[in-house]
Design a binder for this molecule. Sequence first.
Ligand code: FES
Length: 360
Amino acid sequence: MSFAPPPMSLLAELTHRCPLACPYCSNPLALDRRAAEMETADWLRVLDEAASLGVLQVHFSGGEPMARHDLPELVRHASKLNLYTNLITSGVLINDATLEALDTAGLDHIQLSFQDVDEAGAERIGGLRGAQEKKLNAARLIKARGIPLTLNFVVHRENVARVPEMLDLAHELGAGRVEIAHTQYYGWGLKNRDLLMPSAAQLEASTEAVVKARARFGNSLAIDYVTPDYHADQPKPCMGGWGQRFVNITPSGKVLPCHAAETIPNVVFPNVATESLGAIWQDSPLFNLFRGTDWMPEPCRSCSLKEVDWGGCRCQALALTGDASATDPVCARSNQHALVMEAATAGHDGEFLYRRFGAI
Ligand code: FES
């Protein structure tokens, strides 16, 4: 087995609890209950192991990570280990006191998610009344403290027309960066795919809005733009390649190469409760399953882009073809590319299936 360089980033999913109910949530359909969550001491040990392994950044995520009262303690510990700390949050639990605790603990950056610029649209997706006001307030508090801020908008059929206003809002709130991310269809997003899927014309208009905003805002606002795979004919290098740059730890301690890996059948999911993070990263069958290029079928194996896209997304290949080792059907050279094209233009009737988790 060849040596794998250490991961750059750790995504620490502290909890699946969340006050929002977004129908595109990337968390698995079977969520970890509160009783299954790792204790503070377990996460402190995991952070130690991550730093020893060579991880540079920790993204505290969820669910809503601010539902964990030990978050400032975890941030403080990560900071002491010289890890760059990023909080990925809905912002609805941010107030003066909770933000001060995180700031004092040494938090480096906050990525704040918005469901829309339009209050009704935001509530229809997030399912939480008053959330938009709380998020706007959170953005102002973060800015006032001088904590670097990124706004994140997940866009889809219902809100994609408002991308220009989203970009304006990011600029107005003083964010240094904004991410306009078309919905990716894993977890709950896959369940609601037909209702969320933008048309080709909507995609084109949003791309144009991003190009114009980049020209208008220049260096004052960095804009990341994530396009939807389903209107593409070349796959993305999901997670920068399986087992190459990212490691994901679930609330109950499972260690995964990506947030959707639990859908892969017939594999054992390693857990930090029983093995070290370093051993899991280096030697576990799961991390070596699709690492590198040896696992690839044709036409990937002889493709000149195989070390550019690393075979695309394994979870998407599984979801669409039933085989995680198949060529990602987003690729125009896949003999199953029609599956993607059909899904991109499917009907759009029905009601959202919301992610509901109960009280946090
Ligand atoms: Fe699992 Fe893409 S989400 S490989």
